[in-house]
Design a protein around this ligand. Structure first.
Ligand code: COA
Ligand code: AMP
Length: 628
């Protein structure tokens, strides 16, 4: 079938389409219907089914006789180790860990935070939770204690599973002191913490609260898979919104299984026995969907890579992993390729990779230079695809497993079945092809996408459903061309994208406003050759402040690292007298971005005092920006 036929099939009979896709999953109780619209515009899927994620990701492959196949390959240039875990071994390890959690009182519906680097134990912890029906929430290692504390208070975990440390090329990241500080800061306290002690750092345990990973599991009875309802939350993953409070995206169990399984063939053209690699981190949605769950649900081998695109040891690291482990489909962020391209502009370090079928890019806009470089040197199709934490998988892609469509550079191609993507004007009316507008998806969203935000249904409705009734608002702006290809151009909110990481300028402003000398502030994302965008702060100091500007800037940079973490990558700020605002007091961040990036800009008609923009331009020039 062609893409058009498959998409048409879904349009004509969405219920039949998703019940058909549900055939790829092992159910405890089969669904009799797909969509549950009894609370529209809040929708759920497969609510009358029961199922277990871990069974589908692990046990069923052992039952099918593929226990000796590699499930996980841990390739860790930062520790100089490689390690293969078969499906048999994975089943033993996960059922034992689940047994230990169960023995300590973890049951269906309990939350468990996982704070771990790129080690197989992170996936095992996720799968052990899934085995019991416990709801995990993985927190990325690059976040500071404060961010971890916010998540602890929001999802109130009974347990936290953490590693003693993570390893960045230039330093050991001491997870345990961050964890201890976060628990001190949080109002909610977990009953216990399981600490995976790594060779590189043995953390000090707090008696009565902490238990070491191996000791914890010693002599326990392995646990079986617990069936859960189709709409039971599989996990909560926090992502940036417009304020400092992150949004807890809820992932429903059955829709997640059905949709991810469908994408593995349709989009990534992979099935049982194939080797799949997403070079991301388990702390992000790409890591949840395509390092852990989807490849395992499909019976592939997944690679857990603990390293960087460059510097571990060099720009050939990705190509070495692909060739050595015979990767068929490879997924990364454009920023990683830009880092490689910067070190190896002529592709001299790209080696033969006969197993590689395609390269997939997501997380940020894929710039044409990067795509051309990859096409020229890797000599495989380069597939840009667009998705969000909220959806959990691609909204738009080039479905290689259905039909390879012509690639249009700058476009993540076409809407996937399940997604009726529309470009709307401010009044919520669809615009004609080629016209820029807000990108929205007609409700209902397909299986596996977020049904709500954790403990925040009102916020879910306000953030996503209220602006355009009948639609989900993506927060992205762009257009569709005459062939139905989408072009994602910018965010419509205060979210910026730094090295494929989604960050909230609002959250950063809250941190800066907390500095004792800062009266007012703004954070914008300016264009960055490597990372796509880079945050930049503007600080107005308290009247009469005699502090040296460079001291305040240095303290603000340190404060951001302390409060949000190194992942914010906040390294630049400048002191200004005033911020440009509209007459109603709205800070003109968009205009500041355009000036900084040398883009054409118009004096906003509503500006309060145009002279302030001259002061901003001067400040930007002092940082080497706004040079045009
Ligand atoms: N734990 C702790 N700290 C982390 C971390 C982690 N898991 N990941 C990153 N950091 C730290 C880095 O050490 C760095 O700290 P520094 O300021 O002390 O140097 C900071 O966070 C910023 O990290 P990063 O964005 O990785 O920048 P970089 O300059 O170290 O590397 C790239 C640049 C392009 C190589 C890197 O950003 C990269 O690999 N990007 C791909 C991103 C990706 O896969 N995203 C997933 C979305 S699909
Ligand atoms: P995240 O939730 O962290 O995955 O970030 C999602 C956001 O990243 C989207 O809303 C887009 O703004 C951006 N994004 C992801 N993939 C793409 C892509 N292929 N092209 C353009 N922007 C993208």
């Amino acid at each position: 079938m062609t893409y058009a036929q498959v998409y048409g099939q879904w349009q004509q009979d969405p219920e039949g389409f998703w019940l058909g896709a549900a055939g790829g999953i092992d159910w405890v109780t089969k669904p009799t219907r797909a969509l549950n619209d009894s609370r529209a515009p809040l929708y759920e899927w497969f609510t009358d089914a029961t199922v277990n994620t871990c069974w589908n990701a692990v046990d069923r492959h052992v039952a099918a006789g593929r226990g000796s196949q590699a499930a996980i390959i841990h390739d860790s240039p930062v520790t100089g180790t490689k390690h293969v875990i078969t499906y048999d071994e994975l089943q033993n390890r996960v059922s034992r860990l689940a047994g230990a959690l169960k023995a300590k009182g973890i049951t269906k519906g309990d939350r468990v935070i996982i704070y771990m680097p790129m080690v197989p134990e992170a996936l095992e912890a996720m799968l052990a939770c899934a085995r019991l029906g416990a709801i995990h929430s993985v927190v990325f290692g690059g976040f500071a204690a404060n961010e971890l504390a916010v998540r602890i208070d929001d999802c109130t975990p009974k347990a936290i599973i953490a590693a003693s440390c993570g390893i960045e090329p230039n330093r050991v990241v001491h997870y345990k002191p961050l964890l201890d500080a976060a628990i001190d800061m949080a109002d909610h306290k977990p009953d216990f913490c399981v600490i995976f002690q790594r060779e590189q750092e043995v953390a000090k345990l707090i008696p009565g609260r902490d238990v070491a990973w191996h000791e914890f599991q010693y002599g326990v009875e392995p646990a079986d898979c617990v069936p859960v309802e189709g709409n039971h939350p599989a996990y909560i993953l926090y992502t940036s919104g417009t304020t400092g409070a992150p949004k807890g995206v809820v992932r429903p169990t059955a829709g997640h299984l059905v949709a991810l399984n469908w994408t593995m063939r349709a989009i990534y053209n992979c099935g049982a026995g194939d080797v799949f690699w997403a070079a991301s981190d388990v702390g992000w949605v790409v890591g949840h969907s395509y390092i852990c769950y989807a490849p395992l649900i499909a019976g592939c081998t997944t690679i857990v890579y603990e390293g960087k695109p460059v510097g571990t040891p060099n720009a050939a690291a990705f190509w070495r992993v692909i060739a050595e482990h015979k990767v068929k489909s490879f997924f990364t962020a454009p920023t990683a390729l830009r880092a490689i391209k910067r070190d190896d502009p002529d592709g001299a370090m790209v080696t033969a990779m006969p197993s590689l079928q395609a390269l997939y890019l997501a997380g940020e806009r894929a710039d044409p230079d990067t795509i051309h470089w990859a096409q020229n040197h890797l000599k495989v199709p380069v597939i840009d695809h667009w998705w969000q934490t909220e959806t959990g998988y691609a909204i738009a892609a080039n479905p290689l497993g259905i039909e390879p469509l012509p690639v249009k550079i700058g476009s993540p191609s076409v809407a996937m079945p399940g997604f009726d993507v529309q470009v709307l004007d401010e009044g919520g009316h669809p615009v004609s092809p080629g016209t820029l507008g807000a990108i929205a998806i007609k409700l209902p969203l397909p299986p596996g996408t977020l049904p709500t935000l954790w403990n925040a249904e009102d916020r879910f409705i306000k953030s996503y459903l209220a602006h355009f009734p009948g639609y989900y608002e993506t927060g992205d702006a762009g257009y569709v061309d005459g062939d139905g290809y989408l072009y994602i151009m910018a965010r419509t909110d205060d979210v910026i994208n730094v090295a494929g990481h989604r960050l909230s300028t609002g959250a950063m402003e809250e941190v800066l406003a907390g500095h004792k000398d800062v009266a007012e502030c703004a954070v914008i994302g300016v264009a960055d050759d490597l990372k796509g965008q880079s945050p930049l702060g503007f600080l107005c100091l308290n009247r009469g402040s005699d502090r040296l500007h460079e001291d305040v800037v240095r303290e603000c940079v340190a404060l951001m690292r302390e409060k949000i973490g190194p992942v914010a990558d906040f390294k630049r700020a400048v002191v200004v007298d005033r911020l440009p605002k509209t007459r109603s007091g709205k800070i003109l961040r968009g205009t500041m971005v355009k000036i900084a990036d040398n883009q054409p800009w118009k004096m906003p008609a509503t500006i309060d005092d145009p002279a302030i923009l001259d002061e901003i331009t001067t400040a930007l020039k002092s940082l080497g920006l706004a040079s045009g």
